[in-house]
Structure formats: C-alpha cells, structure tokens
Design a protein around this ligand. Structure first.
Ligand SMILES: Cc1ncc(COP(=O)(O)O)c(C=O)c1O
Length: 427
C-alpha cells in the first residue's frame, strides 16, 4: 500500500516503510537548485528606495506611458463580450496570424501561424520554457554580459550551465565572434542573444550579427534571440537574427508587447521557431501556463491593428530623452557608449572614485535619484550604473541636474575626463 497515513499526534507523516527522519534530514525545505541561483544584486538597493520621498526613479525598466487607450478598450470590450475563458494553448489563431504578418512585414521572415508561433506570458515565460525545452543537464549556454538579470537563473533552472561572454565598451557592448569562440566547448548548446540590450542599450549591427551566425553554423549551435526591444531603436536598423541566411532553422525568436506598446502589466510575449522546436516548447507551456492571458491577447490584436502611430510617437519621445541624456552625461564627464536601442544608458562612473553600487547608493541618499548598480547585470558591470530614460523629459532633466551636482561635488569640472575617445555603439 502506498497511501500515506495521516499523523495522529501532530508528528510529521512517515513515508512508507519506515523512519522518515534520516531521509528528511538530508533535504532542505526548498530545492537545492534554488540555493545555487545568484541572489539579486539589486535587492539591497531596492530596499533603500522604500519610503523615499522626493525621489526621481530612473531605475525601473518600464515605459512611463500608459497603454494606448484603444488597446485597453479593445481588451475591455472583448471581456464584456464574454471572452474570458482560456484560448488555444498556442494563443488566439487570429493573433498568431497577425503576428505572422507583422514579422514577415518587418523582418521578411515567415512563421506558420498554426505551428510555428506561440503566445506566452511575457518574454519572461518565453525564456523559461525555451530553455527548458532545449537544454539537457550540463548543456552550456553562452550569454553576453552585462545582460538582463533573468538570463542566468533561467539557464540554471533548466539544468543548463550559464557561461557569461564579456562584452566591452570598446566593442560598443556588442557580442563578438572572437569572444564567443573562446568560450565554446563540446557542451555548448546555444547562444542567448539579447539585442537591443538591457542594460547597455547596444544594438548589434548586421555585420556583427552575421559573424555570430557564422559561429552558430560552424559549431551547430542554437540561438535564442530575445528581441523584446526590437522596435525601440534610434537611427539604426534592428536586424532580426532569424532573418539572416540559414538562421531561421536554428533560432528561437522571442518577442513581446511589454516595451514597444507600453504593456508591461498585460504579460504577453511570444515564441517563434521551426515547428519541431515550437512543439517541444508548447509541451511545457501547456502544463505550466495553459494559455497566455486572454484579455491581453485581444489587446495585442488591437495593438497590431491600430497602434503603429502610438508606437512611433513613443519612439520619438524616447529618442528625444536619449539625446538629452547623452548630451548631459557627456558634459558631466562620465564615459558613455552611445545607446542606440531600448531605453537604457550604461555610463561608467569609476572616474568619480566610486563603483556602481557606491555611486547608486550615494546618489540616492544625497540627491534622491535612483539608478541601478551595473553589477546587477553581471560582475563586469561593477563600475557602471544603468539609467533608464523611460521617465518624463522634465523628470529626466531634473535628475540629470542632480547627477551633475553629485558628480561635481566629487570631481570638479576641470578634472573631468575628456570623452572624445569613447567609441559609439554604431558607426
Ligand atoms: C531583455 C529583457 N527580456 C525580457 C524581459 C521580460 O519582459 P516581459 O516578460 O515583460 O515580456 C525584460 C524585462 O525587462 C527584458 O529587459
């Protein structure tokens, strides 16, 4: 009999066949894998934000715009019309058809709506289910660093081995074929590409992506390409990795609605991949998520249908803020690779005599401006801070005045390093 008997006396239940104590003694309350995950480098920092007044936050990576009204209205209408149940595990077919047209129109890469597209609960879920579908224990994944905070945990939770590949200001924070090649082993299974980049704002040029494609071909690697910020590029082209010759078959393309359409709270993303890979990813999605949020799917349908002008308006406004930030940070004297995408800038603050963590904490305390210590995105980010410019122009301007005052107190203007030598991310 394998049924567990209920404890009569409040004691812990015994497992069948004997004494549970030695068995339980070997186990922690939570999974051993969990204890190997890095703790968030910014937790302590965000604790400091609690209760702060007169604060300008350039810390959180989400649009300050509300979702365009017609998108919200479409979702409300759909719900009032009774669309409040699950959808297909893959997501609404009509939305997959619209997504397919969108990707083909923007990037010239075609995915069959019936079997090559999956709607997910944000790119967050898309990353998780893709890793779990692709990786066996011990498989190595190469990830550009500094990089988004979730990459290492999702690789590790899938049983994979996270292998950071350094990117540098000298290379405009682009991933180089040379750095990739140096870290390839027989266990390397995939590269996680992440451009436009959070936190550096770097955008890969077509040429640089072609070199990554060459490495993927040579070593038979998969590429998981997180292109969540694809629409947020300024004066440069976003090249969809899957659109490069031969890459569609080895790419798992991840995208979403959070940033481009100001829809972070709706929780909607997608995976696009060849049918056999998508089927494997779907297998996990159907058990852990069933289907992406239904109201959000109706909202996204409306976004594709009518929000292009809103998106362009937001891009233009981010660009205006980006240029302000670039000019002011340069005047202040902090080395900065010109960010060309997303809504982040990643200046080096070492010249002020502080590392990124110290800089962020002191700036918060003395000037009530919140930025994120660069070390949160990997050890190589130690001397940097991430500034998010998805805040209003006026707030950003005021925050930059405060940053200037903060830096001047420590570094008189005469001592500011000259910036001419800092390369930009793009020609
Ligand atoms: C690079 C990157 N990927 C994925 C995500 C997760 O996005 P979501 O789950 O909202 O689609 C974020 C969020 O900030 C991000 O910056």
């Amino acid at each position: 009999m394998s049924e567990r008997s209920d404890p009569q006396d409040g004691a812990a239940p015994l497992h069948e066949g004997g004494d549970a104590a030695p068995y339980r003694a070997q186990r922690g309350a939570t999974s051993a894998t969990l204890s190997t995950l890095p703790s968030s480098g910014i937790r302590r920092f965000f604790e400091l934000l609690d209760g702060a007044t007169d604060l300008i936050s350039l810390a959180v990576g989400q649009p300050d715009f509300p979702t365009p009204a017609q998108i919200t209205r479409a979702a409300a209408d759909a719900m009032l019309a009774g669309h409040t149940g699950y959808t297909s595990n893959y997501g609404l077919l009509e939305l997959r058809e619209a997504l397919s047209r969108h990707l083909e129109h923007r990037y010239g890469v075609y995915y069959r709506p019936s079997e090559e597209l999956l709607l997910t609960t944000g790119v967050s879920e898309a990353l998780d289910v893709s890793m779990r579908a692709l990786l066996d224990p011990g498989d190595e994944v190469l990830v550009p660093e500094p990089g988004y905070v979730a990459y290492q945990p999702v690789v590790m939770m899938a049983g994979g081995v996270y292998v950071p590949v350094p990117t540098t200001p000298e290379d405009g924070f682009m991933l180089t074929a040379e750095a990739l090649r140096a870290r390839i082993t027989p266990a390397t299974k995939a590269v996680l590409l992440a451009y436009p980049s959070n936190p550096t704002g770097a955008v890969m040029t077509r040429e640089a992506l072609e070199q990554v494609a060459e490495v993927a071909r040579e070593h038979d690697l998969f590429v998981i390409s997180d292109e969540l910020y694809d629409r947020l590029v300024y004066g440069v082209e976003h090249v969809c990795f899957a659109s490069l010759p031969g890459m569609r078959e080895r790419t798992v393309l991840l995208g979403g609605f959070s940033k481009s359409y100001a829809m972070t709270g709706w929780r909607l993303g997608y995976v696009a991949a060849r049918a056999d890979l998508l089927e494997a990813i779907m297998k996990i999605h159907q058990y852990v998520m069933m289907s992406a949020p239904t109201a959000a799917q109706y909202a996204a349908l409306e976004a594709f249908h009518s929000a292009e002008e809103d998106v362009r308006g937001m891009i233009a406004e981010y660009d205006r803020r980006r240029l302000l930030l670039l000019r002011r940070i340069t005047e202040i004297g902090l080395p900065l690779v010109e960010p060309r995408g997303a809504f982040y800038a990643f200046p080096n603050v070492r010249s002020v005599g502080l590392d990124g963590q110290e800089f962020a904490e002191a700036l918060l305390e003395e000037e009530r401006v919140a930025v994120v210590p660069g070390v949160a995105f990997g050890a190589s980010g130690r001397d940097f801070v991430r500034i998010c410019y998805a805040a209003s122009y006026d707030e950003l301007s005021e925050a930059l005045d405060r940053i200037e005052r903060f830096v001047r107190r420590r570094l008189p203007a005469a001592e500011s390093p000259s910036l001419g030598q800092v390369p930009t991310a793009q020609p």
